[in-house]
Design a protein around this ligand. Structure first.
Ligand SMILES: [Zn+2]
Length: 454
């Protein structure tokens, strides 16, 4: 039976998780072995060593939960189009521009709300089993996507996409109407269940006119909402943009006031020093997607330089059609590897810094210091990792646990997952999604979409 944090009247019961190890990912680099995490309702109230807690907390009853293994915060995937499980494996081996125009967009034009619901539902089960408790989603049919996240017991920053797909709309009025639609959606769904945040995701500077981007950015700032955009992903896109506009996309967007609010720039592979200085000045956060950038041959983003400049960086899988899974553990390791190749430095991006990108760093990139960390006041999103695996042997000192998590650990070792204090994965099985049904729905719907696109 799932743990349930609340129930009844009055103050929520406190659950005290006693684990073989707790890795809080709070920036201190510490490992508590053994450790305790206390959760009241959907919030963490205490994290510390196992020796300091008695059975009562402020007169409220405490329920003890024994956790075999290590407790970590749930991972934060900051750039994702999860319903694209529907397109997994489509258009393999094409460069980004041809893949978008020839394969993806013609199919996306035929998507229904139900397609997106099932695509997101299947993705949510995959994400949760990997210990990914928050995703920042850029996609269409946002109500269906949000329904799926709510039903799966997951957490998301839902940033509805703004992009004119073939046959779905055109003209200046369309952009305005779409922006108004997202503002209304924000009013309807933002804050739902304490697990949904709403932002805006205009696709890119080369697909959405800059004046429209400025309008959307203004709407986002008015709601203190996240503005999420693909930026400087491929060299060809940047060369074309500069030839057409006389300056880089970051420079033009900064001049147009687009970068003044909470901005998250996905990919950001091809940036000049001046572009990076713009990110720094405008506190633009980066969604670093090393696997998507590698698979689509987009390039290697200057991660070490971002971090040296104090630019906030989180990790994203990108959509399951360009990755092709939603496993953020792979991104952690690949981020460290490609950073070392790029810098020609075996000491670049140590394990702690790599893990930080998928946890606390991801939360900060989203402007959410309550995510990706186990600390008093943070969201009770966490995962248990099986320490009995050979991946953690030998364990000669506590700090080595973080090295092992990054260099020999994997999503397969995640046993249990909680979101907002409620257990959603138990012994590797997702409790909230009928995976067999979701797989069957996605199979059928994917086939129909291929046929519809001709
Ligand atoms: Zn993307």
């Amino acid at each position: 039976m799932p743990d349930s944090p609340g129930g009844g009247t009055g103050a929520p019961a406190t659950l005290r998780y006693r684990a073989d190890a707790v890795v809080p990912c709070d920036g201190s680099g510490r490992v508590l072995r053994p450790g305790v995490v206390e959760v009241s309702g959907s919030t963490v109230t205490y994290v510390g060593p196992d020796d300091s807690r008695t059975t009562e907390t402020g007169g409220h009853p405490v329920r003890e939960v024994r956790v075999t293994g290590a407790l970590l915060p749930g991972l934060v995937n900051v750039h994702c189009h999860s319903p694209m499980t529907l397109f997994r494996g489509s258009g393999e081996n094409l460069p980004l521009d041809r893949w978008l125009k020839e394969v993806l967009w013609p199919q996306e034009a035929h998507l229904t709300q139900e397609d997106v619901y099932w695509g997101m539902t299947l993705a949510a089960s995959e994400l949760l089993c990997f210990g990914v408790t928050t995703t920042c989603e850029a996609y269409f049919h946002e109500d269906a996507l949000t329904d799926a996240v709510v039903d799966a017991g997951s957490r998301a920053v839902v940033t509805p996409g703004v992009l004119q797909l073939p046959g779905t709309g055109s003209g200046d009025d369309w952009w305005e109407a779409r922006t108004a639609e997202i503002v209304a959606f924000h009013g309807r769904r933002h804050g739902q269940e304490g697990r949904i945040e709403v932002g805006f995701a205009p696709h890119a500077a080369y697909t959405v006119p800059v004046p429209v981007l400025a309008d959307i950015a203004r709407a986002a700032r008015g709601l203190d909402a996240l503005f999420h955009i693909h930026l400087a992903e491929t060299e060809a896109e940047c060369t074309l943009f500069a030839a057409e506009h006389g300056q880089s996309a970051p420079a033009l967007l900064a001049a147009a006031g687009v970068l003044d609010g909470r901005v998250l720039a996905a990919h950001s592979v091809w940036l000049s020093d001046e572009d990076m200085a713009i990110y720094e000045r405008h506190d633009v956060a980066v969604a670093h997607c090393p696997q998507s950038n590698a698979k689509l041959a987009s390039g290697v983003a200057p991660l070490v330089e971002f971090l040296a400049r104090g630019i906030r960086v989180g990790l994203g899988t990108d959509g399951p059609a360009s990755n092709n899974d939603l496993d953020l553990w792979e991104e952690i390791r690949l981020a460290a590897m490609v950073a070392r190749i790029r810098e020609k430095d075996a000491g670049a991006l140590p394990a702690g810094a790599a893990l930080d990108l998928a946890t606390r760093g991801g939360g900060l990139a989203l402007g959410r210091p309550d995510l990706g960390v186990l600390a008093a006041g943070s969201q009770a999103d966490m995962m248990a990792v099986d320490l009995d695996s050979p991946a953690f042997v030998p364990l000669l000192e506590d700090g080595q646990l973080i090295e092992h998590l990054v260099w020999s650990g994997s999503s397969r070792l995640v046993t249990d997952v909680w979101v907002a204090g409620t257990r959603v994965v138990e012994n590797g099985r997702c409790l909230t999604v009928d995976v067999e049904r979701a797989s069957a729905e996605v199979n059928t719907r994917a086939r129909r979409l291929v046929q519809a696109a001709g």
